[in-house]
Write a protein that binds this ligand. Structure first.
Ligand code: AMP
Ligand code: GLY
Length: 423
């Protein structure tokens, strides 16, 4: 099978590493890819924003299957363009990708299908949003409606913070994404992520994970794309997984199909484990980054047939096997991230990874044959273990072998799970 993978981050490196192990794979391409992905696939310089160019490449190489990693091309309709040209693709249509692309869209689906989530209102002007916030009181959550690279959400513990967040949105701090604002109730509890494949009608639960969004140790400081993650999430039990499927995922699949936009791809449900049970914080329509990295380390089955089954509507005929061993990944980022940072700093050495260990490339490039850091999040140092604590120790031991002066990482990834293990 000839496969094209779209994307260039650590998530895509993990997908590439796993897909390349498939006995079904005959030719493997990635656009644009990165130096880690280049170990598994031929990198091609197709502009992924140019859907005609992607389709033309697929025709030229007679590609059988396209796997789309990130959300932006999905929201821009790349899966629609591929399917219209007769190519099988993993990932939702632009209409179904609104589950991630528009928070208001998702909240409306939740309301219509009785999916547990924080009570909310949508606003297109500041005075009405502020009046609602004053009426509700703090804590309260203010969200820019559209894609804002994880930065459009303010969890406001005070009224003043919430009112300022409304001004930020409508004054253009998040561009077009902030033209509409969702104000929602604050949910109290521990967060977890749940991943589930879907082919439009049936679902295949994958696994759970937890990430660390804040840049600083002890989960402090500004939000990032994620500084580390582990799987499974100890806070999610067999019972909460079953409730998540019944109360959240299944009604969403039904609702999307009924609204004429059946969802095919992966649901990444951000959940809050509240006193009442799991409630939906948000949906993403692609694998998490870096959550995907830990999922791929734990997946024993061949990934390619699972993703293909989503595209072909045959998900009820496949199964996924997982190792019970936890996996943990630590993100190494450029000093200054998530603010501004120096680019093209040299990475002089990477450690040799053993069994159950892997250093995924996220924001790296080759300059004159030498490896340099070009992104904010640069490497995902990943390991498995019999416990989260052991996976953590192995990941940090690997990090000692990274020779990169401009890099930093949090030293406490997995702390919640490790504390649980000690208790
Ligand atoms: P989102 O982009 O919607 O995932 O929001 C980013 C982060 O804000 C989430 O991962 C949560 O930590 C937090 N958050 C979002 N919505 C809520 C809520 N209703 N209550 C509490 N925290 C929230
Ligand atoms: N790590 C969070 C995300 O991929 O959105």
């Amino acid at each position: 099978m000839k496969v094209l993978l779209i994307g260039s981050g650590g998530r895509e490196h993990a997908l590439a590493w796993k897909l390349a192990q498939s006995p079904l794979m005959t030719e493997f391409y990635a656009a644009p890819g990165n130096p880690g992905i280049a170990e598994h696939a031929t990198l091609v310089a197709v502009n992924v924003d140019d859907h005609d160019a992607v389709v033309a490449f697929c025709r030229q190489k007679a590609i059988d299957f396209v796997v789309v990693g990130p959300e932006a091309p999905l929201v821009a309709g790349i899966a629609d363009a591929l399917r219209a040209a007769g190519f099988a693709a993993f990932g939702p249509s632009a209409a179904a990708a609104q589950l991630e692309g528009s928070k208001g869209f998702t909240k409306d689906i939740c309301a219509r299908y009785n999916i547990p989530t924080g009570a909310y209102q949508r606003f297109n002007n500041a005075p009405k949003a502020k009046a609602y916030i004053r009426e509700q009181g703090a804590p309260i959550v203010v969200k820019a409606d559209g894609l804002a690279a994880g930065k459009g959400v303010t969890v406001a513990m005070t009224l003043d913070e919430a009112l300022a967040a409304v001004d930020d949105c409508f004054e253009g701090a998040f561009g077009e994404a902030g033209a509409e604002v969702v104000v929602e109730a604050y949910l109290d509890g521990e967060e977890a992520s749940f991943f589930c494949l879907c082919d439009g009608k049936s679902a295949l639960p994958l696994a759970t994970a937890q990430d660390h969004k804040r840049v600083g140790e002890g989960d402090t400081g500004p939000n990032t794309g994620g500084m580390g993650a582990y799987s499974p999430a100890p806070v999610m039990t067999a019972e909460t997984i079953e409730r998540t499927m019944k109360e959240i995922i299944e009604p969403t699949i039904h609702g999307m199909a009924e609204s004429g936009h059946p969802f095919s791809g992966v649901f990444f449900a951000g959940l809050m484990m509240t006193a009442k049970g799991p409630e939906l914080i948000e949906y993403n329509v692609r694998f998490g980054d870096p959550e995907c990295q830990v999922l791929m380390m734990r997946l024993k089955s061949d990934l390619l047939p699972l993703l293909l089954a989503c595209a072909h509507g045959t998900l009820d005929q496949v199964e996924a096997e997982w190792t019970d061993d936890p996996a943990l990944t630590v993100v190494m980022a450029s000093k200054g991230y998530p603010g501004s940072y120096e680019k093209n700093t040299p990475i002089l050495a990477l450690p040799a990874a053993g069994e159950g260990e892997k250093v995924f490339h996220a924001g790296t490039s080759l300059k004159d044959g030498a490896l340099v850091a070009t992104g904010g999040r640069v490497l995902n140092v990943t390991a498995t273990g019999r416990t989260v604590g052991e996976a953590k120790d192995r990941a940090y031991a690997l990090i000692d072998g990274v020779k990169w002066d401009n890099g930093f990482c949090r030293r406490d990834i997995g702390w919640r799970a490790v504390e649980r293990e000690k208790a």
